[in-house]
Design a binder for this molecule. Structure first.
Ligand SMILES: Cc1cc2nc3c(=O)[nH]c(=O)nc-3n(C[C@H](O)[C@H](O)[C@H](O)COP(=O)(O)OP(=O)(O)OC[C@H]3O[C@@H](n4cnc5c(N)ncnc54)[C@H](O)[C@@H]3O)c2cc1C
Ligand code: SF4
Length: 433
């Protein structure tokens, strides 16, 4: 469904990553990234290559580096070009710009779902509506699903939700560091957002990420790199670095052509650390506290070492994130968990079929069901878990093979869909086995 292929060629940034791998003694771990992009011939439009003509046209990736700010040509396999597109073609109704604000179980079964226009300033402009549904699948991501469920539980609207709601939230044990050189190198922006990987040790994974020319705002999040740990607070070290190298610090404030001078290193780990999400009792905002496992790292030595090596390769300066340096709060693009799967409501929020304990007809299918630090970008895992959970649902009107909610887990065969998921015209490699 996501049309995953390995990136077809090494980019200049991959060359630097290979040199970094050699310096770290792990040259043999270098590999190209599998990504959900149609490569084909750059810029060439082809009739739907994936879904036997039922899907939209594709245009071959132009390697412009814009994936994270939006693919302009239609090469990136986003959900609106596969799942949502196909669902809509088969009769599903998509309600864009619609935020779920309330869920209420109905006495005879089913749900009342209240929605509003997201970001509305007043009730008058919120265009509040209610819909009814036999079943509801929450797919609002960790910060949507967990936030909504925590509010509904804490307000007593869904009181049966498990006490484990908001537990085992993972940051992918992540750090975002990098280096910027004095010279503009437009070639650093060539390629899809992430093109390759190295593994400096058994739990650490580093990827070079990129933004296109003109997308420099990310540079505002960065500042001179200082290490954490030890007796001297990191903030004090940061001040020391500014006093010792004021010109270097002032230069770091400039984001002029930042994306063409910089290499971003996304560092992820599969270590067992986590945070917990809770709702602030008065403000109603999400707050975090330490969670299960090791304390969440606020500084990854291996990440800082890698950034310094890349700075040396670019003849520039290594950087880290302001929030990590000043607040000890790491950045993550990969927040996961909060609705852990468990054998019962004491152990988890959802069962192994991703149904919410305590409420018939309510499921979760998004990153909040992933309760591990994957050490890798999570979209494919979220998709695979969702595919699995949905493959065990009955077709409409047929008997549900899953045991009743709360009964012990049973291993089941997938339910063949009444209409084939992928039409016969799709390339053999893309058809489900
Ligand atoms: C900058 C960036 C780059 C990334 N790059 C990669 C990458 O290269 N590879 C990779 O595998 N992963 C990547 N990720 C991570 C990946 O995007 C997420 O892990 C993944 O999208 C999470 O999927 P999800 O279904 O849990 O939630 P989301 O994809 O976040 O989807 C949740 C949706 O629900 C909507 N929503 C929220 N609340 C409500 C509500 N109350 N009512 C209705 N709708 C609601 C949101 O607007 C959103 O559209 C990246 C993330 C970021 C931020
Ligand atoms: S690099 Fe990314 S944004 Fe650019 S064409 Fe390829 S998929 Fe689209």
């Amino acid at each position: 469904m996501l049309g995953v292929e390995e990136t077809p060629a090494d980019t200049p940034a991959d060359g630097y990553l290979q040199q970094l791998a050699t310096r770290l003694g792990v040259a043999d771990t270098y590999h190209r990234t599998p990504v959900g992009v149609w490569f084909g011939k750059p810029g060439e439009r082809v009739a739907d290559p994936y879904f036997g003509g039922e899907g939209p046209d594709k245009v071959g990736c132009t390697h412009c580096g814009s994936c994270m700010v939006g693919c302009r040509v239609g090469a990136k396999n986003t959900l609106d070009r596969n799942y949502l597109y196909l669902a809509e073609k088969r009769g599903a109704e998509v309600h864009p710009d619609t935020q779920v604000t309330d869920l209420e179980p109905l006495p005879g079964g089913g749900w009342r779902v209240t929605t509003a226009k997201p970001g509305a300033w007043s009730r008058a402009t919120a265009r509040s509506r209610t819909l009814t549904a036999e079943r509801v699948v929450l797919s609002a991501g960790v910060l949507g699903t967990v936030k909504l469920l925590l509010r509904l539980r804490d307000q007593g609207r869904l009181p049966n939700l498990s006490d484990r709601l908001g537990d085992v939230v993972r940051t992918n044990s992540e750090a975002i560091v990098g280096a910027s050189g004095p010279t503009v190198r437009p070639e650093l922006t060539r390629g899809v957002a992430i093109t390759s990987s190295i593994h400096p040790d058994e739990s650490t994974h580093i990827e070079p990420c990129r933004y296109p020319p003109g997308s420099n705002a990310m540079g505002l999040l960065t500042t001179v790199l200082v290490d954490g740990g030890g007796r001297v607070p990191r903030q004090v070290r940061f001040l020391g670095a500014i006093v010792r190298h004021p010109v270097r610090f002032l230069r770091s404030l400039s984001v002029h052509r930042w994306s063409e001078r910089s290499m971003i290193l996304l560092v992820m780990q599969s270590r067992d650390n986590s945070i917990a999400l809770r709702r602030h009792p008065r403000l109603g905002t999400l707050v975090t506290r330490p969670g299960h496992g090791e304390p969440n790292p606020t500084y990854l030595p291996v990440a800082n070492d890698a950034a310094r090596e890349v700075a040396d390769l670019l003849g520039g300066q290594a950087w880290g994130a302001w929030n990590e340096t000043l607040l000890g709060a790491p950045t993550t693009a990969h927040i996961l968990g909060g609705c852990p799967i468990g054998a019962d409501p004491e152990a988890g929020v959802i069962d192994a079929y991703q149904r919410v304990y305590g409420y018939e007809g309510l499921s979760v299918a998004d990153g909040s069901a992933v309760s591990a630090n994957l050490g890798v970008n999570p979209s494919l895992t979220i998709t695979a878990m969702t595919e699995r959970a949905m493959s065990l649902w009955p077709n409409h009107g047929e008997v549900d093979p899953r045991p009743p909610l709360g009964a012990p887990y049973e291993r089941l065969d997938r339910v063949p869909p009444r209409t084939p998921a992928v039409p016969v015209g799709a390339p053999a490699a893309l058809r489900p086995a």
